[in-house]
Each structure stands twice: as structure tokens, then as C-alpha cells.
Design a protein around this ligand. Structure first.
Ligand code: AMP
Length: 220
């Protein structure tokens, strides 16, 4: 059975960090819509330039555009055995579209809960690699990427206090309703994302194994 996972949670809740670990552990791709858009912005495509203007202000891109991007990405061969989605869906409309794409295939939904004060602190101190987009271990400061040696930098949307707060407001308004959309499913779990990354990863591994067992029983 393909393992399809959605990571929910506010900005800087650890979705990206945990998605990388899970993808490595399970041998399936991590698909981050934020990374796709930042890559497009770096390449200077029309989508990228439009996306950059919205991202830098902490606004979301339109649902139809994002749904199209994800539909194309999920159709690629490497996603056939499952994937970890990081940053999608971000609205109920996107979640409804994902359900249609899945055509009844099981979906595991993980929510990472972190208090706002901690999120703001993390956004302020987060460093990412300018070359491979990896998220640096907290406390790495201005050094270089442990993976590729690229220069660490602050994301444009992390560097302005108003934008940081605005992203939390946009999350509360547009993305929090996703919790109600998914909450009643037997394959939904929330985890305390304020813990150390290793502890969060351990909890997620256990919860995902439980949910996969539930989903397999349902299908057999
Ligand atoms: P992230 O890296 O997930 O924090 O995403 C960075 C930015 O990309 C967001 O603040 C949005 O501007 C944009 N973005 C990423 N994913 C989506 C999505 N599913 N829907 C709309 N905008 C998105």
C-alpha cells in the first residue's frame, strides 16, 4: 500500500524537518510546495516571480494554481509508492481537491501543534541553505550547510516581523479549518511539535505505523 502523508501545522512548526526525516526513513519523496515555489522564484519563471511577490508578503498563492502544481507533481513516477506533502493542502479547497486526486487511496494526516510564541522565535532564528534549501539545525548561526556546504541564509519571509506575524494570522484564517476537515478521520493524529525534533520524529513514526495498520485493515 502506498504511504501518502500530509503534514499540517503552522509556519515553523517543523513540517519540513519532519517531512525530510520521514521521506528518508520510508524511501518516498518529500514534496514541499514552498520549495517548489522558491525554486521557481530562483529560476525567474513567470510563476516564480509572481510567487515570490506573494511569499515575501506572507500571502498564499491561489488555490487553482497550487492544485495544478501538486496534481502534476503527484503524477510523476517517483510518487507512485507514496509521498510526504509539506505545505499542501493549506486551505479546505486544496484538501477537497487532494481527496479527489487520491480517488479513495488512504491518506495519513499529521498535525504539528506549537504555541505562537515559539513559532515566532523559530521563524526569527531559522536558517536555510541557499543552495539545497535544507533547513539548518537550530543554533547553526551563519555557517554553512551540513549537507552540501552551501551558504546558510534567512528566508525572505522570515526576516520581517510583520510578515512573520501575518503568516500566523493567514494560517489561523485559511489553514486551521483543515483540522476540522480532517479531525474525524481514523488516520488523523496531532503531535506536540514543541518537543525536540528527535522526540517528534519518534512519536510520528509510531503514530504513522498505527495509522497504516488502521488503513490496511479498512482496505482488506
Ligand atoms: P512554506 O515553505 O510551506 O512556509 O511556504 C512558503 C510560502 O509559499 C507560503 O507563505 C505561501 O506564500 C506559499 N505557499 C506554499 N504552499 C502553498 C499552498 N499550498 N497554497 C498557497 N500558497 C502556498
Amino acid at each position: 500500500m502506498a504511504l501518502n502523508v500530509v503534514m499540517l501545522g503552522p509556519p515553523a512548526s517543523g513540517k519540513g524537518t519532519q517531512a525530510v526525516r520521514l521521506a528518508q526513513a520510508r524511501g518516498i519523496p518529500k514534496i514541499s510546495t514552498g520549495d517548489i515555489l522558491r525554486e521557481a522564484a530562483q529560476s525567474g519563471t513567470e510563476l516564480g516571480l509572481r510567487a515570490k511577490a506573494l511569499m515575501d508578503r506572507g500571502e498564499l498563492l491561489g488555490d487553482d494554481e497550487m492544485i495544478g502544481i501538486v496534481r502534476e507533481r503527484l503524477a510523476r513516477a517517483d510518487a507512485a509508492n507514496g509521498y510526504i506533502l509539506d505545505g499542501f493542502p493549506r486551505t479546505v479547497r486544496q484538501a477537497e481537491a487532494l481527496d479527489r486526486m487520491l480517488q479513495g487511496e488512504p491518506l495519513v494526516i499529521i498535525d504539528l501543534a506549537v504555541p505562537d510564541a515559539e513559532l515566532l522565535k523559530r521563524m526569527q532564528t531559522r536558517r536555510v541553505c541557499g543552495t539545497c534549501a535544507a533547513i539548518a539545525e537550530p543554533g547553526t548561526g551563519q555557517g554553512t550547510c551540513a549537507g552540501c556546504g552551501g551558504e546558510l541564509m534567512t528566508r525572505a519571509d522570515d526576516s520581517d516581523e510583520q510578515v512573520r506575524q501575518h503568516r500566523l494570522d493567514v494560517y489561523a484564517r485559511e489553514s486551521k479549518p483543515l483540522l476540522d476537515y480532517y479531525r474525524d478521520r481514523s488516520t488523523f493524529r496531532s503531535s506536540n511539535g514543541a518537543q525536540a525534533p528527535d522526540q517528534v520524529a519518534k512519536e510520528l513514526a509510531t503514530k504513522i505505523d498505527q495509522m497504516v495498520a488502521v488503513a490496511s485493515r479498512k482496505r482488506s
